[in-house]
Design a protein around this ligand. Structure first.
Ligand code: BES
Ligand code: MN
Ligand code: ZN
Length: 515
């Protein structure tokens, strides 16, 4: 999509479809909706007033109503887009609303749209807290860009319904506001590109996106972004003594890939400065291995590399946004297969850290590859770690599809992460990983078992990882429930979500504000 910002009176913009946001001023639940447009353009409010007052359009979040050629407005069509209650209006609602606008254009074959930048001062002050300009511009851009792709990539009768041009129209205001809107716009474009890159990787089937192909695509992205990227395979795993990662990979005909991406801020980083390690689970297909998964829904396990994709996407975003902090991305990619050479329950493997792991279930493979990834990141000099993984079904049971499970051994790292979610709009819920859970994964024959039974399955998985993060401040994101959108939403199609990319970038920016 070719996206731009212009500063002009919205009523004078020639476009096939002009999208205008609306909020509902009604507060109590028994009161009829009171939609109000977030524009100060008289031409638009009077041209659409009849419809806004009709009761047909309630301004619910993601709701749209299409009007044709209202008088006094140069656009051919006017699309009213609901952002929900005025009281709860946030940049995230603008993100969703912008997405709903793009998604409304697509089935109608409309290729060019304009979105009016929301003017919250169209409302009286009592109704809402002011939306900050930069964040609003960022969210609007991001939401529109995220809504554009459809994930039916391999359909031979695929219709091209892409929206090719988006014009964001803001009022001609004072130069400082312009600068803020333009900055938010640039930020949104970079973040959306990072997320869409991750989503495209997650969408690929397992036969296309093997660990080798994931590495090649990552390398190509890094080359373009100017990030050094090293790709290793079986021999390097043996050399580094990554016994846990290698065990998972050994049952597949596809060789594993260990990918290391490095971002160094301009002018280098001080010796004492933090080095952030981004570690991603990249299982390109998870059959469960010898502890084979049931056939039902096994096809979904192509998205078991969404944690890796999140980190690769985040590195792309970081390369574009240039925070003043060093970041190393470590991706552990393998295919988990049953085979004559596959690892088995009862096997004991030695991780890179030297810890011995008793394999109880070969389907708990993610924590094994991450154990070596986390330890390796520390040996590369990382002082702070974050990992993302579609790690457990138990996390999906606990939190559903709305919150990512978050675990941490460090209050400061966690607080920094949560602070960033105000801008990202993504939801995370912290679960415990206190040492008293360690008992559940104690092994009789070795140091640790790779599963801890059904109770607290997401927690014992995190406990396993914590063992390898050790004293290093660490955050673990279990994205199993949030990486794939199972239901079409007004602002997002079914398919990969790109979850956690923007929150991870925000966390990184928290350690080094953009240059
Ligand atoms: N990749 C799965 C977790 C998963 C489940 C992701 C559902 C997305 C949706 C992971 O490797 C796995 O199989 N975990 C097991 C762990 C168990 C054997 C302790 C699980 O959750 O059942
Ligand atoms: Mn598994
Ligand atoms: Zn898995």
């Amino acid at each position: 999509m070719d996206t731009r910002v212009i500063f002009q009176d919205v009523a004078t913009v020639a476009t096939p479809m002009l999208c205008v946001f609306a909020v509902d001023l009604a507060t109590g639940k028994d009161i009829d909706p009171m939609p109000v447009l977030l524009t100060t353009s008289d031409a638009i409010t009077s041209g659409s007033g009849r419809f806004v007052r009709s009761g047909e359009f309630k301004a619910a979040l993601g709701e749209t109503m299409l009007l044709h050629a209202p008088a006094g407005v140069k656009a051919e069509r006017l699309l009213l887009v609901g952002l929900g209650k005025a009281k709860t209006l946030s940049a995230d609602h603008v993100r969703k609303g912008a997405g709903a606008a793009v998604r409304a254009a697509k089935p109608r074959g409309i290729r060019e749209i304009a979105i009016a930048f929301p003017e919250d001062h169209a409302l009286s002050d009592e109704h809402l807290e002011e939306l900050p300009c930069t964040l609003t511009a960022r969210a609007l851009t991001e939401g529109a860009e995220l809504a554009e792709p459809d994930w039916d990539t391999y359909r031979s009768n695929r219709k091209d319904l892409s929206v090719r041009q988006l014009t964001i129209v803001a009022k001609e205001e004072e130069p400082s506001t312009r600068v803020e809107i333009e900055a938010g716009f640039a930020d949104g474009l970079a973040l959306a590109a990072a997320q869409n890159f991750a989503r495209a990787l997650v969408n690929e089937p397992g036969n296309v996106l093997t660990p080798t192909v994931l590495a090649a695509r990552t390398k190509a992205m890094c080359d373009e972004a100017g990030l050094p990227c090293e790709v290793y395979s079986t021999a390097k795993l043996a050399e580094l003594k990554m016994g846990a990662f290698a065990a998972v990979a050994q049952g597949s005909a596809e060789p594993p890939a260990l990918i290391v991406m490095t971002y160094t801020p301009e002018g280098g980083a001080a010796e004492s400065a933090p080095v952030l390690g981004l570690v991603g689970k990249g299982i390109t297909f998870d059959t469960g291995g010898i502890s084979l998964k049931p056939a039902d829904n096994m096809e979904k396990m192509k998205y078991d590399m969404a944690g890796a994709a999140a980190m690769i996407g985040a590195m792309k975003g970081i390369a574009a946004l240039k925070p003043r902090v060093k970041v190393i991305g470590v991706i552990c990619s393998a295919e988990n297969m049953p085979d004559g050479k596959a690892y088995k329950p009862g096997d004991v493997v030695t991780a890179m850290s030297g810890k011995t792991i008793e394999i109880i279930n070969t389907d708990a493979e993610g924590r094994l590859v991450l154990a070596d990834g986390l330890h390796y990141a520390k040996t590369l000099g990382c002082t702070h770690l974050i990992d993302a993984a579609t790690l457990t079904g138990a996390c999906v049971v606990a939190l559903g599809h709305l919150n990512v499970g978050l675990f941490s051994n460090d209050e400061t790292a966690w607080e920094k992460f949560m602070a960033g979610t105000a801008a990202s709009g993504e939801k995370f819920w912290r679960l415990p990983c206190t040492d008293d859970y360690r008992e559940q994964i104690k092994s009789q024959i070795g140091d640790i078992m790779n599963t801890g039974g059904r109770p607290g399955g997401a927690i014992t998985a995190a406990m396993f990882l914590k063992e390898f993060a050790d004293d290093t401040p660490w955050i673990h994101l279990d994205i199993a429930g949030c990486a794939w959108n199972e239901e079409t939403k007004p602002w997002l199609p079914k398919g990969p979500t790109g979850i956690a990319v923007r929150s991870i970038v925000e966390w990184v920016r928290g350690y080094g504000q953009s240059a």
